[in-house]
Design a protein around this ligand. Sequence first.
Ligand SMILES: C[S@@+](CC[C@H](N)C(=O)[O-])C[C@H]1O[C@@H](n2cnc3c(N)ncnc32)[C@H](O)[C@@H]1O
Length: 247
Amino acid sequence: MLQWLMTHERSPLPILQIPPYLVNEHYDDRYFDVVNAIEEAKHIYFRGAGIIDALSAAGAGRKEFRIGETGFGAGRLLIAFMDFLDNCGITDLVITYNSVELHPVASERMASILDGFRTEAGPLIDLLVLAYGRVEISRPGWHSIQFTRPFGALTLNLWIGEALEMVHALTIPCDAWFLDGHGPKKNPAMWRHELLMAKGEKTVTGGTCATFTVAGEVRRGLTSAGFSVEQRPGFGGKKSVLKGLKL
Ligand SMILES: C[S@@+](CC[C@H](N)C(=O)[O-])C[C@H]1O[C@@H](n2cnc3c(N)ncnc32)[C@H](O)[C@@H]1O
């Protein structure tokens, strides 16, 4: 079944026919589109948030950069991000990757969810699953994992708990946000006004955000939170996606 999904541009299958481990039972929604999930992440989030431009603008030498992600899920975005940075030609990066997950999956399930793109990112999947397997996911609050990569160093700070708690717990604002918390119809709480406002406050001026949804309430919410938002071409069947610039 998964092989079928991976070889078709966009799955016309109803969600009930998707393997159950790919569906987040709390929201009755997939963790991500199973087709080209790594490339999709690079298009929507990393190019959308202008990561390379921002890193290049920082000039030569050690560059610190802070990401915020909601929510962590199976870590597909983190894997795609490390793959993206490994191949970006920039080194001496010091990345802080803050993420949050209200319903953490066990590492065995993470491995199953990520298995569909093992061909593209097998070693990174093994690295993350091994490190995540040591995280005490039943304990709320921050958990940190360090990765050393060709691009430099990345620290994953994973908050187990609710997204607003995590945003409030950030002591330093982020340079870019990846907003990936299921769509507003399936999970309105992830797009609520209070949370988007808090993210705006925890974003540097000139910082960015990116998301797959162009829903009107998301565009209005991000605008209220201080972002200038713009639709850009989508990927793999999505007509358009959203990027934001913090004014
Ligand atoms: C679409 S999935 C994320 C996929 C993930 N970025 C990836 O690429 O694997 C959204 C995640 O957000 C989590 N989530 C939903 N609402 C949340 C909330 N209010 N606070 C924290 N996490 C939440 C869900 O449990 C789910 O794992």
